[in-house]
Design a protein around this ligand. Structure first.
Ligand code: AMP
Length: 447
């Protein structure tokens, strides 16, 4: 089904064509016709499914051709804008906001509509300046938007289309009150589109209050990346993770790797450790300044940095093409997060690999993940005694590695039996623990 069957106008067809898109993704096929008709929509879809274009393309089309009526006076004390804001996209993170803004730029390149992006952590001056010049489409994170609304630097009273993106993550991040404050400033008569990767009860409850007779669209929420992402798992002692990662990253097939840690401190530690091994890596998490984060992202996108080490929130919605490998250096304790993380690779039909490190006490987390996936993740044999990960399947290099020295050696290609993995794990604990293996060094993490 080509794009033109979606009844998109030529400027949009040209833009998607020059982006190299040939067929709409499932969410685009399902959502675009309804959004074009002006219907409210509840979309259950992850990032990586093409959901940004699913709302951005029809929004651009709906705003196009309707001449904006210039306002001669300001809005009841709010700043006067010659072009009122007609579409608002609310999204949880700065990175996601920047990416959505970039999508509007690309898809709207042949149209005269203006957009801008506002988020916290940077000076507000350039943002208010852009708002003052007038924008049709505003992409914003809740905190900075409310800040500017409170300063009466913008008005939402002309918004025709409102998008609430990543609603579940918004709630996780505690934005519910901010969202309600923003919604209170929107006109009651509007089109609303709400997207969420998961649909727990509170998201449905929120949807009921903000959507009117919505069309519901659900796209492969269970395991979106399953077909294009090859998954693998190592059981590994926490102490041996750095050496294992360092070793695996010697593989030249790993051209662009995203490494997830649970903590910001953990991310910094990984970067320092890799630096010792002359592996160029940068960390991206919320303790870093906005400019540092954007620079790290730009370096990663440009291929200057091969490895980006990130926390979940920082990486949410990260849209970087051709990430060859995602490493779960720490397995997440929320199963959906795993699916979200591995969705950073294998995007838009490309192939990718997701490699996870699981320590003994994370087996419960692993079980939850496998339950969500509906299948077991293939295990790669990691013989820590001889410090040898043996590849059971997947395109990785069959090597052995010394967990202590990181030295590679050749190994037999045979998958580990579950008992072998367990034995290896505990053997390595005895060997490397300075406090004795009966007294585990690592602590149980809260779930
Ligand atoms: P999203 O889920 O919006 O973050 O999009 C994921 C990735 O898919 C982005 O890199 C888009 O540029 C890309 N993409 C979106 N729609 C299509 C399409 N129809 N064909 C190919 N790639 C697409």
């Amino acid at each position: 089904m080509p794009f033109k069957t979606l009844r998109l106008i030529q400027p949009l067809l040209s833009a998607v064509h020059s982006e190299g898109y040939t067929i709409p993704t499932a969410i685009q096929q399902e959502a675009i016709p309804h959004v074009l008709e002006g219907r409210d929509l509840l979309g259950c879809a992850q990032t990586g499914t093409g959901k940004t274009a699913a709302f951005a393309l029809p929004i651009l089309q709906r705003l196009h051709g309707h001449a904006t009526i210039p306002k001669s006076s300001g809005h009841a004390g709010a700043a006067s804008h010659s072009r009122p804001i007609r579409a608002l996209i609310l999204t949880p993170t700065r990175e996601l906001a920047a990416q959505i803004g970039e999508s509007f730029r690309v898809y709207g390149q042949h149209m005269g509509l203006r957009h801008t992006v506002i988020f916290g952590g940077v000076k507000q001056g350039p943002q208010t300046h852009a708002l003052h010049r007038g924008v049709d489409i505003l992409v914003a994170t809740p905190g900075r938007l409310l800040d500017l609304l409170n300063q009466r630097l913008l008005s939402l009273r002309d918004v025709e289309i409102f998008v609430l993106d990543e609603a579940d993550r918004m709630l996780d991040m505690g934005f519910i009150h901010d969202i309600r404050r923003v919604i209170a400033q929107l006109p009651a008569r509007r089109q609303t589109l709400m997207f969420s990767a998961t649909m727990p009860g509170e998201i449905r409850a929120l949807a009921e209050t903000i959507l009117q007779k919505p069309v519901q669209v659900k796209v492969a929420a269970e395991s979106p990346a399953a077909d294009t992402v090859k998954q693998a798992l190592y059981f590994v002692d926490p102490q041996s993770k750095p050496a294992l990662l360092e070793h695996l990253l010697q593989d030249p097939q790993i051209t662009r790797a995203l490494v997830f840690t649970r903590t910001k401190h953990g991310a910094d530690k990984v970067v320092r450790r890799l630096a010792h091994a002359a592996i160029v890596a940068e960390a991206m998490h919320s303790n870093k300044s906005q400019n540092t984060r954007l620079r790290a992202l730009a370096n990663f996108k440009a291929g200057k940095t091969r490895v980006l080490v990130a926390s979940d929130i920082a990486a949410r919605g990260l849209d970087v093409d051709n990430i060859s490998h995602v490493f779960n250096y720490d397995l997440p304790n929320v199963a959906e997060t795993y699916v979200n993380r591995i969705g950073r690779t294998g995007r838009a039909g490309a192939r990718g690999q997701a490699i996870s490190f699981c320590s003994e006490e994370q087996r419960d987390d692993l079980r939850e993940i496998e339950r969500l996936l509906g299948k077991a993740i293939p295990v790669l044999h990691h013989s820590i005694k001889t410090a040898a990960p043996v590849i059971a399947e997947g395109g990785l290099h069959p090597r052995q590695v010394s967990a202590r020295t990181g030295q590679a050696a050749h190994a037999a290609h045979k998958p580990a039996t579950p008992q072998q993995q367990k034995d290896d794990f505990w053997r390595s604990r005895r060997k490397h623990s300075t406090r004795g293996w009966a007294k585990p060094r690592f602590t149980r993490r809260g779930r």
